[in-house]
Design a protein. Structure first.
Lengths: 668, 199
C-alpha cells in the first residue's frame, strides 16, 4: 500500500473538487478526532490507544501471575494459558511500548525541531489508524475463541498448522503485518520530517537527544519491519497456502524463522528502549539544572546502538545449534553493545552529578529508568556468555532480564515523560503527591515481581509452563512475584487516579503558565497546551538547548544569571490565519479495509474483495481529494493552487515558512 | 512550484519531501527483498522429489524477459527527460512504452509460471518451489504496482495535470521503477545465473 500512497500524487484537479472528495469540515467532537491530521491529536490518539492496550496486557499479566501463584494452579487451563502469555507479550511489545513511543514521537518531534507538523500529515493519520486496525484485529482473536498461542516470537514448527490448528497464529501473522504497515509508514514520515523540516539554524547536532533517539528508532523500524514482514508472509503462506518454508516434513527449515525473526527482533529491542532513553535525556538535564553531559557522546552512542543492534541477533539462538564460530562471534558483539549503553548510563549520572536536583515525580521515574535499566543491562551481559546462557535459555531468568529492560527501562521512561510533558499536552500538571505514590508503588512492585524471577530461573523454572509441581523450591518466589504484580497494579491505579483528579482540579482554572519546569528545548516556546498551529513564527536556533539559553546567561564571574523570564521568551500562541492542512476521511477508511482482507484470508477469500475495494477506493479518493478545504476554519490562501496537480501539496504546506500568512486572496 | 515553497529549510537535504520519502521507502524495500532472497538461497537445494532448479529453468527465455525489463528503465528515463523539456507528447509515448515493456515482462513471468506448473513444479511441491515462487512473485507484484503507477501518470497526463512543472512526480515513479529493475538484476543472478543444482 505504502508505495501507492506515497506515490500517486498526481492528477487531482483541485480547482473543482468533486462532491464526494471534498475535505471534512470538522464539526467538532469525535468527528474532529477521526479525521484529524494534526500531529498533536494523532499523538494523543496513539497514547490513548496504547494505554487501553496496556490495561488489556496488564490484565493478562495478572492472570498469568494468579495461575502461577501456587503449584498446580487451576485458574486457567494449559490451552488458555498459552494464549494469555502469548497475547501478553505481543500486546505489550507491539501494542503498548511501540505505539506509546509513537505517541511521544508524534507529539514532540515536530515541536522539538520547530516545525508546524510532520512532512506528510495524512500519512501520519494513516499510520495511527492502521496500527489501531492491526491491534484490534489481533485482539479480535479472543472473540473468535482462538488467540495466538505460539509465544511472542512464534517459533516454528510450533506455529505450523499441525501444532497450531486453530486460527490463532493467523491472527498473529496478519495482525502484526497490519500493525507493521503502520510502523513503516510512520518511520518514513518522521525520517523525512527530521531531515527536511528543522527550524532555521537547527543543524542535526543542535537537535535535542530525544529527537535524535526518535530518528535512530525510525531508521531501525525502516530496516527491521520489512524483515518481519517477510517472516510473517512466509508463515502466512505456510499456514494458508501450503508452502514449505518452515515445514520440516517437506525439508523446510524452522531455523529460518528464528533468523528472520531475530534479525527483526533484536533491533526491535532497541526500538523499544531508545525512545525512553531520549525521554530520560530530556528529563534529567531539566531537573538537574545542568546541560546533558557529553551531548555528542549521547548521540553517537545512540547511533552506535542502532548500528550494532543489527549484529547481535543470534545471541537469542545460542542453543539452536548454530555452531561454535557463530556463537563466538555473537558473544563478542553482544559484549560490545553494552559499551554504548554504558556510556549513556554514565552520562546520565554525570549530568546529575553536582546538579541542583529537583526530585519530583518525573525525575524519580527518570532515575528509576537509569537504575533499573542498569540491572537489566547487567543481566543482559550475562547472556552474552554462551555457556551461562545455555543454562538460562527459556528460563525465568530471561523473563526477569527482559522485564527489567522493557518495564524498568522503556515503560518507566514513558511515565517520566507523562509527568514531564503532561502540562504541554493537556495544560495542567499531574499531581505530585499521587505521582510519588505512583512511582514508589510501581518501583517496589516491579522489583518484588521480577527480582525473584532471577532466582526462579537460575533454579531451573522454565518460562511458558502453565503450572509446576510442589517440591522444586519454586513456591515461595512465585508467591512473592504474584504479590508484587498486584503492587504494580496498585501503582497503575494511582496513575489513573492522578490523571482523573488532576484533570478535575484543573477544571475552570487557567492553563499552566508557559515553561513550568524551566525547561530547555523548543517545544516549551509554545504556551500550554500547545496551540493548534504550534509556533506563531519560526524560531531561529543558534544552540543546543536554545530555549534555556534565551532565558539564562552567564555574567562576568561565570555565574548563571537570568536574562529573560519564560513569559518574555515564550510565544503568545495567538497567530491567526495560519495555513494548516485540512483533515481527511481517507486514512481511517483505508485502514478499515485491512482487517477485512485479514478475515478474508482466514475464513473466506471473497471477504478480501470488499476489503481490497475499500483500500483501493480510499487510495484514489486520497489522491483526488482537493489539497485543502477553501472554507475551512483556517481559511487559507491559494499560494499553490496553480500546481495542485500534486495532491500532497496541501498537506505539506503545513510546513510552510513559519510567518503567519495573511488571509489570502480567494480561491480562483 | 509547491514542493519548492516549503521543502527547502536550513539544513534540509535539498530533496523535496516526496522524493526523500521514496528514497527512504526504497531503503526499506532493500531489506524486504534481502529477506526473500535469503529465504530462496537457503532453500534452493531442497527440491525433494520435485523438479530441481537446474532442470527446469529456461535461461535463454528469462534472459530475454530480463532484457525487456532493463530496457524499460531506459524508456522511463526518456519519458522523464521528455517531460523536463516540456515535450508532453514524447513523455506519453515513453510512459506507454515503459508500461508495455513492464507488462511484457509480467506476461513472460506468467508464461514461465504456467510452464513450470505443467512440468510439475507447484507452489507446494518443495521448499525450493515455495521460495522460488514467493521471491519472483513478490517481484512481479512490485512490477505490477509500478505499471499501475505508470498508468496513473498517463491518466493525469491526459487530464492535463502532468506538466513540466511537476516532472518530479515522474522522476519519483522512475526511482521506484529503476529500483524494481535493479532488484531483478540481483534476483536474476541469484536464481538463474549462479549454477543451480540438478537432480
Amino acid at each position: 500500500m505504502s508505495e501507492q500512497t506515497a506515490e500517486l500524487t498526481v492528477g487531482g484537479d483541485a480547482a473543482q473538487p468533486l462532491g464526494v472528495y471534498s475535505r471534512p469540515k470538522g464539526g467538532g467532537g469525535w468527528r474532529d478526532w477521526i479525521t484529524t491530521v494534526d500531529h498533536k491529536k494523532i499523538g494523543i490518539l496513539y497514547g490513548g490507544a496504547a494505554l487501553l492496550f496496556f490495561f488489556v496486557g496488564g490484565f493478562e499479566a495478572l492472570l498469568i501471575r494468579l495461575q502461577l501463584a501456587t503449584p498446580n494452579g487451576t485458574v486457567v487451563g494449559a490451552d488458555l494459558y498459552n494464549q494469555i502469555y502469548t497475547m501478553h507479550g505481543v500486546t505489550m511489545v507491539f501494542l503498548v511500548i511501540m505505539p506509546m513511543a509513537a505517541a511521544f514521537a508524534n507529539y514532540l518531534l515536530p515541536l522539538q525541531i520547530g516545525a508546524r507538523d510532520v512532512a506528510f500529515p495524512r500519512l501520519n493519520a494513516l499510520s495511527f489508524w492502521v496500527f489501531l486496525a492491526g491491534g484490534l484485529f489481533l485482539n479480535c482473536a479472543w472473540l473468535f475463541g482462538d488467540a495466538p498461542d505460539g509465544g511472542w516470537f512464534a517459533y516454528s514448527p510450533n506455529t505450523g498448522v499441525s501444532f497450531s490448528p486453530g486460527h490463532g497464529m493467523d491472527f498473529y501473522a496478519i495482525g502484526l503485518q497490519i500493525a507493521g504497515i503502520g510502523s513503516l509508514i510512520s518511520a518514513m514520515n518522521l525520517i523525512v520530517t527530521v531531515l527536511n523540516m528543522r527550524a532555521p539554524g537547527m543543524t542535526l547536532f543542535k537537535m535535542p537527544v530525544f529527537s535524535w533517539m526518535i530518528l535512530v528508532v525510525q531508521f531501525l523500524l525502516l530496516f527491521a519491519v520489512p524483515v518481519i514482514t517477510v517472516a510473517l508472509f512466509l508463515l502466512l503462506f505456510d499456514r494458508n497456502f501450503g508452502s514449505n518454508f518452515f515445514n520440516p516434513e517437506m525439508g523446510g527449515d524452522p531455523l529460518l524463522w528464528q533468523h528472520l525473526f531475530w534479525i527483526f527482533g533484536h533491533p526491535e529491542v532497541y526500538i523499544l528502549i531508545l525512545p525512553s532513553f531520549g525521554i530520560v535525556s530530556e528529563v534529567i538535564p531539566t531537573f538537574a539544572r545542568k546541560p546533558i553531559f557529553g551531548y555528542e557522546f549521547m548521540v553517537f552512542s545512540g547511533i552506535a546502538i542502532g548500528f550494532m543492534g543489527w549484529g547481535v541477533w543470534a545471541h537469542h539462538m545460542f542453543v539452536s545449534g548454530i555452531g561454535p564460530i557463530s556463537v563466538g562471534a555473537f558473544t563478542l558483539s553482544t559484549m560490545f553493545i553494552a559499551v554504548p549503553t554504558g556510556v549513556k548510563i554514565l552520562n546520565w549520572l554525570a549530568t546529575m552529578w553536582g546538579g541542583k536536583i529537583r526530585l519530583n515525580a518525573a525525575m524519580l521515574f527518570a532515575t528509576g529508568v537509569v537504575s533499573m535499566f542498569t540491572i537489566g543491562g547487567l543481566s543482559g551481559v550475562t547472556h552474552s556468555l554462551s555457556p551461562a546462557d545455555t543454562q538460562q535459555t527459556d528460563t525465568y531468568y530471561i523473563v526477569a532480564h527482559f522485564h527489567y529492560v522493557i518495564f524498568g527501562g522503556a515503560l518507566l521512561g514513558f511515565f517520566a515523560g507523562f509527568y514531564f510533558w503532561w502540562p504541554k499536552v493537556f495544560g495542567h500538571k499531574l499531581g505530585e503527591t499521587l505521582g510519588k505514590w505512583n512511582f514508589w508503588t510501581m518501583i517496589v512492585g516491579f522489583n518484588v515481581t521480577f527480582g525473584p524471577m532471577h532466582i526462579l530461573g537460575l533454579n531451573g523454572m522454565s518460562r511458558r509452563i502453565d503450572t509446576y509441581s510442589p517440591g522444586f523450591g519454586f513456591e515461595l518466589w512465585n508467591m512473592v512475584a504474584t504479590i508484587g504484580v498486584f503492587i504494580i497494579a496498585l501503582g497503575v491505579l494511582f496513575f489513573v487516579l492522578n490523571v482523573i483528579l488532576s484533570a478535575r482540579r484543573a477544571r475552570g482554572l487557567p492553563p499552566e503558565p508557559p515553561d513550568p519546569w524551566d525547561a530547555r528545548s523548543l517545544e516549551w516556546f509554545t504556551p500550554n497546551p500547545t496551540p493548534v498551529h504550534n509556533f506563531d513564527e519560526d524560531i531561529e536556533v543558534s544552540s543546543l538547548d536554545e530555549f534555556w539559553h534565551r532565558k539564562w546567561t552567564t555574567d562576568e564571574n561565570g555565574k548563571v544569571v537570568r536574562k529573560a523570564t519564560a513569559a518574555e521568551v515564550c510565544q503568545a500562541g495567538d497567530a491567526e490565519n495560519v495555513h494548516l492542512p485540512s483533515p481527511s476521511y481517507w486514512p481511517i477508511v483505508m485502514s478499515a479495509g485491512m482487517p477485512l482482507i485479514g478475515f478474508g484470508l482466514m475464513y473466506n477469500l471473497w471477504l478480501c474483495v470488499p476489503g481490497a475495494a475499500l483500500v483501493l477506493m480510499a487510495i484514489y479518493a486520497w489522491v483526488f481529494e482537493p489539497p485543502d478545504d477553501p472554507d475551512g476554519p483556517f481559511g487559507h490562501g491559494h499560494d499553490d493552487h496553480d500546481d495542485h496537480g500534486d495532491a500532497e501539496a496541501g498537506d505539506e504546506s503545513a510546513s510552510d515558512e513559519g510567518a503567519p500568512q495573511e488571509e489570502a486572496a480567494s480561491v480562483e | 512550484m509547491s514542493s519548492d515553497a516549503h521543502a527547502v529549510h536550513d539544513g534540509g537535504t535539498g530533496l523535496s519531501n516526496n522524493k526523500l520519502l521514496m528514497w527512504v521507502f526504497l531503503g526499506s524495500e532493500c531489506l524486504l527483498f534481502g529477506g526473500l532472497i535469503s529465504a530462496y538461497l537457503i532453500n534452493r537445494n531442497r527440491f525433494g522429489d520435485g523438479p530441481a532448479p537446474g532442470d527446469i529453468f529456461d535461461i535463454p527465455f528469462t534472459s530475454v524477459s530480463s532484457f525487456v525489463l532493463l530496457m524499460s528503465s531506459l524508456t522511463m528515463v526518456l519519458s522523464l527527460s521528455a517531460l523536463q523539456r516540456g515535450d508532453i507528447r514524447n513523455n506519453r509515448i515513453w510512459l506507454w512504452t515503459t508500461a508495455l515493456l513492464g507488462a511484457l515482462f509480467i506476461g513472460g513471468q506468467v508464461y514461465e509460471f504456467t510452464t513450470f506448473l505443467r512440468e510439475g513444479l507447484g507452489y507446494t511441491t518443495s521448499p525450493f518451489s515455495s521460495a522460488f515462487f514467493t521471491l519472483t512473485g513478490f517481484h512481479g507484484v512490485h512490477v505490477s504496482l509500478g505499471i499501475v503507477m505508470l498508468m496513473s501518470l498517463l491518466i493525469s497526463s491526459y487530464r492535463g495535470t502532468l506538466r513540466k512543472e511537476n516532472s518530479e512526480t515522474v522522476e519519483i515513479v522512475g526511482l521506484y521503477w529503476h529500483f524494481v529493475d535493479v532488484v531483478w538484476i540481483f534476483i536474476f543472478t541469484v536464481i538463474y545465473l549462479v549454477p543451480s543444482p540438478t537432480t
